[in-house]
Design a binder for this molecule. Sequence first.
Ligand code: AMP
Ligand code: MG
Length: 363
Amino acid sequence: MSSDSSSLQSAAVIQEAVQSLRSGGLVAFPTETVYGLGADAKNPEAIKKVFAAKGRPSNHPLIVHIAAPDKFDQSQVDWVPVLAPWVRDLSEDALKLIHAFWPGPLTLVFKKDKSVPLEATGGQDTVAIRAPAHPLTQELLRKFKGGIVGPSANRFGKVSPTSAADVRYEFEEMLDLMILDGGDCDVGIESTIIDLSRDHPVLLRPGLITPGDILAKTGIKVYLPHEYAVLAGQSETPVVSGSLRAHYAPTTPLRLYASGRVLDALSEFPDIKSRVAVAVWDSDSSLGEDGHPSVHFEEVLVPSDSVSFASKLYRTLRDLDQQGWDLILLPEPPVGEEWDGVRDRLQRACFGSGPSSSSHANN
Ligand code: AMP
Ligand code: MG
């Protein structure tokens, strides 16, 4: 995301996007996480177009994006009237989280107001909301004066887009799709999701903002799904409905390798002799392997800090996928909650990868 991106888009372009949303059309928009495919969150027919364009099953709920009030000091913002059209109860904890992290890459799940269409929530009584930080989209939301549903602007199950060009590539044949160009996404992976509709906050999807960050900034303890299940005496752990083992998947087979174990990962693919891309931490000088008699590796450097890695993750997967490798190997992320968001995306990307990735993704 470039900081002056909003000034690069003329007011006329934003106005055209607002008109398109008001008339039930789709507009792709930048956020600090990934690009979204937007529609008016209170227009069921427009929401249905989002599901159709993505090929997303209609029971997978969407996130509603809202404008952060235009105040210099966010701690002074009164969020209660902003959330009133969407949310039934706004707890003290919710307000603390909002003041600490909005606008930003944190999505909160609430009991929904009755005016929120079930099309946006996958038929559920809860709604997921966030205020994205990207200045261009903040301007769009303020001018639109409503909420915009925005799942990632990619075909269902595929790698999420982190540039306007990625969105164009995903929806090549939708020639009339309006795409607001806000540059490359900074965060690079989807928002952290916390469910506030239960008796305790539960982490539904890891992201840049971790439970540790939340505890440090607000004193609120966020439970991991398995911790919550124990607390609530449930045998089932809550999952983000619609979260799948296979997702974010490239067409090229993708595997993770444990430190120093490239050859083990390769042994799963005995027929592959060449065209193997192996990502290596930029803090390591090289693979440290003695090589392999018959397989030719090509090394690709990846950042060894979690924030930079996340920022480049989907870019790297897309680029490698388009370079025609037979196999992509990435290093297993280190242990630690700052890596949980990346680990989650990589595990799903591996599971869904390969030539039949679209059929996996629909399982
Ligand atoms: P995406 O739009 O692809 O980033 O996905 C949105 C994520 O938010 C999905 O994983 C949804 O399942 C999750 N989500 C949206 N609304 C809700 C909700 N009401 N309850 C639980 N998860 C939700
Ligand atoms: Mg997505």
